[in-house]
Design a protein around this ligand. Sequence first.
Ligand SMILES: [Zn+2]
Length: 107
Amino acid sequence: MGASGGIVRGVFPADNARHSSASYEIAAADQIRLRKEIADAGYTLWGIYHSHPGGVPWPSQVDITQAYYRDLFYVIVSCGPGKPAVGVFRIVNGQVSARPVRILPEA
Ligand SMILES: [Zn+2]
């Protein structure tokens, strides 16, 4: 996810290199490509998103263990059960802190 002025303005998708529904990984080549695409768009790398298709929008133990970027936000989109939900977190040294989310109308 790319941002400017503290607002997420671009979403840059990547394939899950693990091809798993239990964890995710962005391949090194995709990470390089995404960082370039985000910079070329004039944004800074703000966060990493993934989904929990059947779960809650809260980091799993795997998410916490693999949260290597203390300066980024981790966004989790839950698609069920119930209505979709979004959680935003900082994860530092295994500690999760939820952050407020405000969804703005598309400019
Ligand atoms: Zn997760």
